[in-house]
Every structure is written in structure tokens, then in C-alpha cells.
Design a protein around this ligand. Structure first.
Ligand SMILES: CSCCC(=O)C(=O)COP(=O)(O)O
Ligand SMILES: [Zn+2]
Length: 213
């Protein structure tokens, strides 16, 4: 292990993100190495999960430092997530973002295919208040769905464009792919993940039982 990787072993942010990864995996939201996580390390850098790792079995050296200051989103310590460009985009859009979490739950994936519109409004759920800035179940809470693509830089650009048109409410879906959430702290990102998952599950059940969107 080189000295940078050794320092990572002691980084409290890295340790906390690995622990959150185990919790997320215990909910079955990152099967088959799906998903990726990151945590900001200063103005222009984040620790990003290594590509292809089981996100429920991460150790701190699997979190790779990536800077978005240069042209390349690479790491000297390994190959970061294939979706690093989307993480880097979100950090650049809002300097207050501390953590980005991407998951592949069955519910989020199926929901993103059932809803064919580019966004879905949640209304009437008390749990909407788990999302920062929402204070009432009567306040419509839209979740935007982007089309899936293997061109993550193109997806990151679409997210940037949408960001300036309307709030994304700390989450977005990629159709047939999964959920992205973020937060201004690890705890807030975890709450947004659990909140969005709960809302998506409720809406799926509602659709199944009533047939009504
Ligand atoms: C096996 S899931 C396909 C890749 C993906 O969508 C994902 O989230 C994991 O990619 P990574 O490079 O971050 O491991
Ligand atoms: Zn993914």
C-alpha cells in the first residue's frame, strides 16, 4: 500500500462512507456492484468509489481521490467509477454538496420505466418532508427522470442544463438505471436516499393497487 492509500485508511470521511455503503447494501439498493458514492474533499476534489467494486464491501482504499480542476477525471490510485462525471458535475453545481450517492434499487429502476414522462410529482405524502426544503405533504415534489445513456458526460451536461431551469430536490432518476441523491452532509444525503426510496415505493404500491398515476 502506498503512503496516500495508507492515509486514506485513517480518513474519517472515507471510513464513514464505507460504513454508509454497508447500510445501503443491507437494504439491497446496490446489487451486483451497481451504484457509486462520493464525498467532497475540498473545493475541487472528491473521494469517489473505485469502479466495479462491491459497494457493500468497501474499504477506505477503494475511495479514490478525483479532481475536476483538469481536463481528466482520473485518479492516481486506480480507476474511479464510470459515473464520476455526474458526481463531479453535481459538486460543481453546488459547492455546498458534500456527498453524492447513486443506487440501483429494484423499486427506483422499475418506477423510472413505468413513468414515461420526464418527471413525476409526488403529493400527499408526509414523507415528502424528508427532502430538504419541503415543509408540507401538500407541496408538490417533482422527481426528474433523465434518459439513460452510456455517455455520462452528456448526461452530466443535461443535468447541468436542467439544474438552472428548475430545482432537482436533491435527487434524480436515470431511466432503467437508478437513483442519484445528494446532500450537504453525509446524514442529509442518507436521509434523502431513504426518503426518495420510501416515496418511490409508496407510489409504486399506489399504482399497483389503484392503477392510477
Ligand atoms: C453493474 S451496474 C453497471 C454500472 C453502473 O451503473 C454502476 O452504477 C456501477 O459502476 P461503477 O463504475 O461505479 O462501479
Ligand atoms: Zn449506475
Amino acid at each position: 500500500m502506498n503512503s496516500t492509500a495508507h492515509v486514506q485508511q485513517l480518513n474519517p470521511n472515507a471510513i464513514a462512507l464505507c460504513s454508509l455503503g454497508r447500510w445501503i447494501a443491507s437494504r439491497h439498493w446496490v446489487p451486483a456492484t451497481g451504484g457509486n458514492f462520493s464525498i467532497r474533499q475540498g473545493d475541487n476534489m472528491a473521494l469517489v468509489t473505485a469502479s466495479g467494486k462491491d459497494k457493500g464491501e468497501l474499504s477506505p482504499q477503494d475511495l479514490l481521490p478525483v479532481s475536476w480542476q483538469g481536463a481528466q477525471l482520473t485518479s492516481p490510485l486506480g480507476t474511479p467509477s464510470a459515473e464520476t462525471a455526474l458526481h463531479a458535475q453535481l459538486y460543481q453545481l453546488d459547492p455546498a454538496i458534500k456527498v453524492v450517492l447513486h443506487t440501483h434499487s429494484v423499486s427506483a429502476t422499475v418506477f423510472s420505466r413505468i413513468i414515461t414522462a420526464p418527471q413525476h410529482a409526488f403529493i400527499g405524502y408526509e414523507m415528502q418532508k424528508a427532502i430538504s426544503g419541503i415543509n408540507s405533504h401538500e407541496q408538490a415534489l417533482p422527481l426528474t427522470i433523465f434518459e439513460n445513456t452510456q455517455d455520462i458526460s452528456a448526461l452530466a451536461q443535461q443535468v447541468q442544463q436542467r439544474w438552472y431551469q428548475q430545482p432537482l430536490h436533491f435527487g434524480l432518476l436515470v431511466r432503467g438505471h437508478g437513483l442519484y441523491v445528494w446532500g450537504h452532509s453525509l446524514e442529509q444525503a442518507k436521509r434523502h436516499l431513504e426518503g426518495w426510496e420510501f416515496l418511490i415505493n409508496c407510489e409504486l404500491e399506489y399504482l399497483k393497487l389503484t392503477g392510477k398515476p
